[in-house]
Design a binder for this molecule. Sequence first.
Ligand code: NAD
Length: 436
Amino acid sequence: MRTIAMIGTGYVGLVNGTCLAHIGHSVQCCDTNADKIEWLQQGRIPIYEPGLEAMVAENVAAGRLSFTSDMASAIEQSDLLFIAVGTPMAPTGAADLGYIQSVAEFIGRHLTAYKTIVIKSTVPVGTGRMVDSWIRANMQNPQIPFDVVSNPEFLREGSAVADFMKMERCIVGAIRPEAAQLVADCFEPLNTKTYFTTPESAEMIKYAANAFLATKISFINAIANLCERYGADVEDVAEGIGSDSRIGSAFLRAGIGYGGSCFPKDTHALNWMADQAGYNFGLLKEVIQTNEEQKYVLLKKLVQALGDLRGTTIAVLGLSFKPNTDDLRDAPSLALIPALIAAGASVRVYDPVAMSEARKWFGSDVNYGIGVYQTIAGCDACLILTEWREFITLDLEQVRQLLKRPIVVDGRNCYSLASMSGHGIEYHSIGRTAVS
Ligand code: NAD
């Protein structure tokens, strides 16, 4: 059992802190956002993540998990300091390391005994060494030893707890093997495969993984666009190529592109790193560009189906970048909805869990529906942007009756063409012919 300070209690910090407590460690989660800490101290969970609330409650009750704004004392009381603060995209496309630097400097000022500092945040190659020097530059007693270890995070929002508890692999990048082992031992109860690397390789593994997955998504979306032009069906094509074990079926769902807090910023950051090194990563640039364009394919389909959008009311079902999360960061809805409004449409939105997040992003630019059927009633068309369970099991008869014009434009291929035929609904989707 180790004592751990989790610095940054967002999606990654809260899930990691809670799960590390669940496997037996004593964890204090800290954050500079005092409101967030206060909520958590009251047992309220600031994010939507299946299974998390119960696990937080269980581990708080067991005395293994607590929340504090007193970062200095959490650092003093802990063996390991996990850094899980955000690394958002800077205007240049680079990862903004401002939060990382301020944490490193804080740790430096409060280091009174040996600590292992673990970087969970996604950071550009070479950041581990920068963290080392930021800590060193702020230490009152430069004799105190410490290690900086890279341990990138691979959890997926929406299944983050399960992803941690059934961890597929653990990457540990360290200079000193003893420090690497100490970090690997924290995850030992999970019985996962651990890969020991240099800090640079560990940092690169995270970006390479996300860039590769983004490439698969942009690739299948480009194939979908071709399928539409040649009358092929991208669902059949994805199944056909995905059954080849060299390719694999994951991340071959055609749609309106990737979003979220990771793929967009991480692909940009890797591209920035390549540019900095004088390497033109043309493939990655195309992946990013294809994704940008893909966000707007539903607008084109809608205009084809409805003509001029001025004076129309469009229902948008699904706002989060994927199901089972309330995260709207870089969601395709953030690009598409303003484009619909700019084209003259009024927009009525509904999402099963992201409505309060949506109000922060869209304010009074859209109308907020209550439930699917109230949202679509009287609308000229309905768009599906997120494949929430609620949207893949719609009562199609009601949909047809409630829409002013029975047009559904589905950005996530929630329905088979066979199941949408014969309902009197004009159904447009991605990489497939339209049916009615
Ligand atoms: P987040 O924005 O949800 O959380 C970051 C938290 O850090 C916030 O609560 C913020 O208040 C806090 N913070 C900022 N500065 C701080 C400081 N100086 N001291 C203490 N707390 C501070 O971000 P996230 O989604 O959890 O992502 C964190 C990192 O993990 C990023 O680098 C991200 O790329 C990476 N990551 C995220 C995911 C994901 O699915 N969200 C998956 C893998 C990796």
